[in-house]
Design a protein around this ligand. Structure first.
Ligand code: FAD
Ligand code: NAD
Length: 465
């Protein structure tokens, strides 16, 4: 039998890769993780989930002080923005968490090999001129921004930027055009709107947030408009050209019509992300990509090539950190000969704006296509805690099978929807019916009671409406 340097070599240290490496080491496998960045943690910790949440959290405080929300509770303040300090706390958050992964690697005896890995054969990669062999290699190389044809991103220039550039702006734009009304556009658009920018979101489709429940998407448009964003739905961008200190964005109706030029000082391109496979040397191992440029795997996260596995954003499915993490645990367990499973039907998704938008399972549209359903809805306006906190926007929707009452999907718009959705995911994982949720005692007064009431409404029996 061949003698390998490692039992497991993970390529990429994002939430998929670092979790896979730690779990593999915990299971007694000799493990290393290759990472090309200066710090561990991948997109999520360095330029994704964490820094965006650091700015969302801070800008929410600023907005509450500036927009009268604090005054409504008897706190009179006139906020003054210190963007340098706000950015410094973002960098602190990133430093603390990426350093934390380095600590966890040392604690669990995962070796960090610095550099970019390229396959030579199914058990051998080259990193920074060195050859490394492993019995199992896990590809966890993640994703990067999908470019808009003809538009050149220049994050350092600070005018035409992607999400990384939009996190790092050193002044608040006067006018920001966001191309793409998906998760990144709405989260980062919210940050800069709260800090004083005029934000115009250009979305190709007729509604924001593709993939979410139809009612949620409609409500999202109302809420973001109310907050002062301009939404240009059903609109496509035909060109972005630098002009003076800013850029001119030409847009026209997606179905054809008159063009319009919008002047902006910052343009955020956020039209999706694509799998990172360039330079990996997949040809050397005969691993082909699917039509979307992703690596296909079986249920165990094994690829078509023996000993090569793949997880996270580089494989199909929602590009979410928690999905990558769960796949990281599962792949390590499968490599160790255990049974690692991820239930891809129950992966919650959250947009961390204010309010938050969250969902798990099927949308109402998807559920109706599959058969007869019952739907219960409950407005946050009727939830005592939300009402007391001056947080009237949103609702909870529970979708259940008409015959079995089994919960098929739950959707929430609420200030803490991201936290609320965990109970829905767990209930669905346990195969709950709407009746199970309706008869579960929920603490009062909490936003989560809205989930119980929506579940009661599935059978026409909510109390507070
Ligand atoms: P990644 O995190 O992309 O990590 C892959 C790593 O592999 C990178 O560090 C890369 O340098 C490295 N790499 C690539 N090729 C090689 C190579 N050949 N050799 C060595 N190393 C290599 N998701 C959420 O769930 N919640 C959020 O709030 C959220 N917010 C986000 C905000 C933004 C602005 C962005 C851009 C994304 C956000 N995401 C969020 C998505 C989330 O970041 C990704 O789904 C997640 O990071 C995917 O994890 P991963 O491990 O598959 O890959
Ligand atoms: P997205 O897929 O969420 O949204 C992209 C939007 O751009 C879509 O609405 C699409 O219709 C639109 N679009 C595409 N081409 C366009 C064009 N030419 N003109 C106008 N609109 C166009 O992608 P994203 O916002 O870039 O985010 C990428 C990924 O990162 C997502 O898959 C998401 O899961 C992940 N992410 C997650 C979170 C979170 O979980 N909170 C936060 C940020 C990013």
């Amino acid at each position: 039998m061949a003698d390998y340097d490692y039992d497991v070599l993970v390529i990429g240290s994002g939430p998929g890769g670092y979790v896979a490496a730690i779990r593999a080491a915990q299971l007694g496998l000799k493990t290393a993780c290759v990472e090309g960045r200066e710090t561990l943690g991948g997109t999520c910790l360095n330029v994704g989930c964490i820094p965006s949440k650091a700015l969302l959290h801070a800008s929410e405080y600023f907005d509450a002080a500036a927009n009268g929300a604090m005054a409504a509770m008897g706190i009179k303040v006139t906020p003054e923005l210190d963007l340098g300090a706000m950015q410094a706390q973002r960098l602190d958050a990133v430093k603390g968490l990426t350093g934390g992964i380095e600590f966890l690697f040392k604690k669990n005896k995962v070796e960090w090999i610095k550099g970019y890995a390229q396959f030579k054969d199914a058990h051998t990669v080259e990193v920074a001129g060195k050859t490394v062999t492993a019995k199992n290699i896990v590809i966890a190389t993640g994703s990067s921004v999908t470019p808009l044809p003809g538009v050149e991103i220049d994050n350092a220039g600070g005018v035409i930027v992607d999400s990384t550039g939009a996190l790092e702006l050193s002044s608040v734009p006067r006018k920001m055009v966001v191309i793409g009304g998906g998760v990144i556009g709405l989260e980062l658009g919210s940050v800069w709107r709260r800090l004083g920018a005029e934000v115009i979101v250009v979305e190709f489709l007729d509604q924001l947030l593709p993939g979410m429940d139809g009612d949620v998407r409609k409500e999202a448009a109302k809420i973001f408009k109310k907050q002062g964003m301009t939404l240009k739905l059903g609109t496509k961008v035909t060109s972005v050209t630098p002009s003076g200190n800013g850029a001119n964005v030409t847009v026209e109706p997606a179905k054809g019509g008159e063009a319009e030029v919008i002047e902006a000082d910052v343009v955020l391109v956020s039209i999706g992300r694509r799998a990172n496979t360039d330079g990996l040397g997949l040809d050397a191992i005969g691993l082909e990509l699917n039509q979307r440029g992703q690596i296909e795997t079986d249920h165990d996260f094994g690829t078509k090539v023996d000993g090569v596995w793949a997880i996270g954003d580089v494989i199909p499915g929602p590009m979410l950190a928690h999905k990558a993490e769960d796949e990281g645990i599962a792949v390590a367990e499968n490599i160790a000969g255990l049974t690692g499973i991820v239930n891809h039907d129950i992966i919650p998704g959250v947009v961390y704006t204010s309010p938050e938008f969250a969902g798990v399972g099927l949308t109402e549209e998807q559920a109706r296509e599959r058969g007869a359903i019952k739907v219960g809805k409950f407005p946050m306006l009727a939830n005592s805690r939300a009402k007391t906190n001056h947080e009237p926007d949103g609702f909870v929707k529970v979708i259940a099978d008409a015959e079995t009452d089994r919960v098929l999907g739950v959707w929430c718009i609420a200030t803490v929807a991201g936290t609320m959705i965990a109970q829905a995911a767990q209930a669905m994982e346990f195969g709950a019916t709407s009746e199970d949720i309706a008869y579960t005692c929920h603490a009062h007064p909490t936003h989560s009671e809205a989930i119980k009431e929506a579940a009661m409404a599935v059978r026409g029996k909510a109390i507070h409406v």
